[in-house]
Design a binder for this molecule. Structure first.
Ligand code: ADP
Ligand code: MG
Length: 261
């Protein structure tokens, strides 16, 4: 199962991605959680103590590794380098493991204009593609709102893209534009998770405006979730009602994927 979680900033992507990763691990699956957000904080949502993350360098910032794998000189740009670097050892070598989840922090490539092809982005793309095609664990990708990390071809092996929204019209527009982008990339299955639900009746209201985007489930607004974030602990460990909602979302996801398989 390969899942990508997207949505606009602050909607709860990292909360959902971290929670689902922990849930699948508790079910006995091997799980690889991938932080592809420049503002990387999936670790705390997974419950990894911040001390353990102090020495972790995002892969995009590992200059020597990037140079070695792509056969390029550090910091070069536009010169010749390998387009198919070896990456198969990286998920195990560079991840931090916690409660059955391996976390890999990708970092971001600073773009030098559109269409930049630099060694860092080649390494990240190769790595993502490897994790999507060649590894058989559950993969949970926490992505920034943009999904350009996923190239054509790579995106097609995402089993489901989960778009997180909050109650409100603006969220629906974001969801629709993500869907267009993702379907251009070849992703076929999109599902919406409605987070920060306060009024239960908002569920029907939102479903009505989603224009056919299927709603997998909802996560209630709970001050305890924000508090967990502030304290740097995982809501998965501290908020049982949140875990119940995650479980319902997971069941609905598997039911729907089973139907279309
Ligand atoms: N259901 C919820 N109830 C209360 N606070 C939430 C809820 N979901 C997320 N939050 C809080 O909102 C903030 C943004 O969530 P986060 O998962 O980091 O969003 P994103 O990854 O989309 O930027 C965090 O402080 C988080 O604790
Ligand atoms: Mg986030």
């Amino acid at each position: 199962m390969k899942l990508a979680v997207t949505g606009k900033g602050g909607v709860g992507k990292t909360t959902l991605a971290g929670g689902l990763a922990r849930l699948y691990a508790d079910k006995g699956f091997r799980v690889l959680a991938v932080d592809a957000d420049p503002d990387a904080n999936l670790a705390s949502s997974l419950g990894i103590p911040s001390e353990r993350m102090e020495t972790v360098v995002p892969i995009a910032d590992m200059k020597d590794l990037v140079a070695e794998r792509t056969d390029s000189k550090p910091g070069t740009f536009g010169t010749l380098f390998k387009m198919n670097p070896r990456v198969d050892d990286l998920p195990d070598e560079l991840s931090v493991e916690h409660r059955g989840v391996k976390l890999l922090v990708l970092g971001t490539v600073k773009k030098g204009g559109s269409g930049c092809v630099c060694p860092e982005s080649v390494l990240l793309k190769s790595l993502l593609s490897h994790m999507l095609f060649a590894r058989d664990e559950v993969l949970v990708l926490d992505m920034e709102a943009g999904i350009e990390h996923l190239g054509r071809g790579t995106a097609r092996s995402v089993d489901a893209m989960l778009i997180v929204i909050e109650p409100g019209q603006r969220s629906v527009q974001t969801a629709q534009s993500i869907r267009r982008l993702a379907s251009d990339l070849g992703i076929e299955r999109f599902y919406v998770v409605l987070n920060k639900l306060v009024e239960p009746s908002d569920r029907e209201l939102m479903e009505a405006v989603l224009d056919g985007l299927p709603l997998l489930g909802t996560i209630s607004y709970r001050p305890e979730l924000r508090r967990a974030d502030l304290q740097g602990v995982s809501p998965y460990d501290t908020v049982p009602a949140f875990v119940e909602e995650l479980e319902a979302i997971r069941e609905e996801l598997e039911r729907r994927l089973g139907e279309t398989a």
